[in-house]
Design a protein around this ligand. Sequence first.
Ligand SMILES: O=C(CO)COP(=O)(O)O
Length: 129
Amino acid sequence: MRIALIAHDEKKPDMIDFVRGRLGDLEAMEITTTGTTGKRIQEATGLDVDRKESGPIGGDMQIGAEIVDGDCDGVVFLRDPLTAQPHEPDITALLRICDVHDVPLATNLASADAVLDELVRQSEPDSQR
Ligand SMILES: O=C(CO)COP(=O)(O)O
């Protein structure tokens, strides 16, 4: 299982809390991140992550390409809904490509656990999916 973890600046503390709380499950997965999110996660938890470029310079697009290639099984993208982002078109494209490829996507903390729970369930040996 490969999961993408992405957070806008105002949501990075929430992402760190999420990763700390689910460290056991995340350690068993491959993790891909945008640049700064991955750096923060590594610094805070020591988790091994595949860091793409920072979001505003194309990291969202790189993760979108993984989804198109069928390499990413789920996305937790903690968006900041209160701050305009210069790369809003890239963000919209990433969300859209998750829908195109029917990849589980959480855009807030309340649903992040649900997406991760689903990936954990799918990785169990007797899973039907
Ligand atoms: O901007 C982002 C997602 O749109 C996140 O990028 P960083 O992880 O590099 O801050």
